[in-house]
Write a new protein. Structure first.
Length: 242
């Protein structure tokens, strides 16, 4: 494991040296998993780019990065944000350094009601986490199809049935854009005595944006990017040792 970490550092230094010695060329090495048991788990070997086009000094380890996109409507807002997958040691002892995915990533949808012009109450937001299978359903959804997802966050526990969430997508009736949808979230929380509903019209352009984001992020949610990066690291290590 120590040898693997040294190799990671070695290749990061090579990336920096290569980028600084080439005029305008950027070495695009994969993101490497340096420490899979702490956060942040990744480092970037790609130097930043200045406005002049020349690489800036390598910044080393990055902090955690948050990326989201929000759709603002008259009565509510919808924010979507990816949640990274989780990994754990392949073996109980973890001595081999090998990892396996323990939990697939999800796409978190956050809904907030409007409380004024261009103001939304995110302190009382409601969330719905889309699984990889549910994302697949949305990706394959045709303009005239509907879909519905049911979540019980306490399923299998003593409070099962006390919190229920239903997410629905239905085609927009009489819309000039035939590919638009209504997104509706219904929340029933008997513990907090909450019964509320969010209704969001989504245009064709907005759903195209969502579908494109879903397609891009799915392999990452499955952990396949980490698998591909591990192959690259092994190939680079083999070349260096040879």
């Amino acid at each position: 494991m120590v040898r693997a970490l040294k190799l990671v550092d070695h290749f990061c230094k090579l990336a920096v040296e290569s980028s600084s010695s080439s005029s305008g060329l950027l070495v695009n090495m994969p993101m490497l998993v340096k420490d899979s048991f702490s956060k942040p788990r990744t480092i970037s070997s790609v130097p930043s780019i200045s406005t002049s086009g020349e690489p800036l000094p390598f910044s080393g380890q990055l902090g955690r990065i948050f990326a989201n996109h929000t759709f603002y409507k008259g009565k509510a807002a919808l924010r979507m944000e990816p949640v990274a997958p989780e990994f754990c040691p392949l073996n109980a002892g973890g001595d081999s350094g090998a990892l396996k995915i323990s939990r697939a990533g999800t796409l978190m949808l956050e809904f907030a009601h409007s409380v004024g012009e261009r103001k939304y109450d995110w302190n009382k937001k409601q969330m719905f986490a889309l699984s990889v299978t549910e994302l697949g359903c949305l990706i394959s959804l045709s303009p005239n199809e509907s879909c519905e997802f049911f979540h019980d966050p306490l399923m299998g526990k003593s409070g099962s049935g006390k919190i229920q969430k239903v997410l629905q997508l239905t085609p927009r009736p009489n819309a000039s854009d035939a590919s638009g949808y209504f997104i509706r979230l219904k929340v029933s929380n008997k513990i907090a005595q909450i019964e509320e509903q969010f209704n969001m019209p989504i245009t064709k352009a907005e759903f195209t944006l969502m579908r494109s984001a879903f397609n891009y992020v799915l392999p990452y949610f499955l952990g396949w990017h980490a698998f591909a990066n591990s192959i690259s690291i092994r190939e680079q290590a083999s070349t260096a040792s040879g």
